[in-house]
Write a new protein. Structure first.
Length: 269
């Protein structure tokens, strides 16, 4: 099996299990309706674990463009392979979204809220604040890449690493996911969002393209920073790119804080 097919299948499985658990929890009339955030985060963690088990030995199971780009920026992955991996991930995520739609076919009609329908496919903010939402995705993916680097530096019993990573994803979801739904993966959001846009979903609304850039740009910036900071701290390998990405993220932090400060001041008037 080729690396392209590995990334395609791995990302497809990620969305089938991850998007599937979201659909089961929030769509109307399912047996798992209203089972809660812990079920969703656990489902996503297991989705990542089993996707890695499925294709880790074939493609490395990046299943996430932010991971692929971050590894390339850190010098741990060949740049010439990056476009192929990202295309495979997006295609797999799209097909995964289509399969989730088919699995829950009778439940779209029962679910009248358009935002709920979209939430099966794509992430969205609990409170819509552009800079704060962008910062949330940066922080989440920074932790993801920093943590994956740390996990990779340890030795586990054979076959245990994917479960450790799955548990790590659950931790990110429980601790950091409540703000934006923790996309932390451009393909996870963009592929299914395209599926939502194209599919004949009964009663669907818009695909919220105005927000769609945040779960793409945020994870890429956060992922690169996480990988580079880990290398700088633990391997004393400081990349020049770190001095480019770090100021960008600092500006985003400042903008998020300033915007929130202005919002608080306006509320007091």
């Amino acid at each position: 099996m080729s690396a392209f097919l590995g990334e395609f299948i791995g990302t497809m499985l990620l969305i089938i299990f991850g998007g599937g658990v979201v659909a089961g929890v929030i769509l109307k009339g399912t047996k798992s309706e209203n089972s809660g955030w812990i079920v969703i985060t656990t489902g996503w963690g297991l989705a990542v674990a089993f996707a890695i088990y499925a294709v880790g030995s074939i493609s490395g199971a990046h299943i996430n463009p932010a991971v692929t780009i971050a590894l390339a920026c850190a010098g741990d992955f060949a740049w010439e392979k990056v476009p192929l991996y990202i295309f495979a991930q997006l295609c797999g995520a799209f097909i995964g979204g289509v399969i989730v739609w088919l699995q829950y076919l009778p439940h779209w009609k029962e679910t009248k809220d358009q935002g709920t329908q979209l939430a099966v496919f794509a992430t969205g903010p609990a409170i819509r604040k552009t800079w704060a939402n962008l910062l949330s995705e940066i922080i989440g993916t920074f932790i993801l890449l920093f943590g994956l680097s740390a996990i990779g530096a340890n030795k586990f019993s054979e076959g245990l690493t994917p479960l450790v990573i799955g548990g790590f994803i659950v931790a990110i979801g429980l601790s950091l996911g409540g703000t934006t739904g923790y996309a932390i993966n451009p393909a996870r959001d963009l592929g299914p969002r395209i599926a939502h846009f194209l599919l004949p979903i009964i009663g669907k609304g818009k695909s919220d393209w105005g927000y769609a850039w945040i779960p793409v740009i945020g994870p890429i910036l956060g992922g690169i920073l996480g990988a580079l900071v880990y290398k700088a701290l633990f391997k004393q390998e400081v990349s020049m790119l770190l001095w480019v990405i770090a100021p960008i993220v600092l500006i985003i932090i400042i903008m998020a804080v300033v915007k929130e400060g202005r919002s608080v001041s306006e509320d007091k008037k």
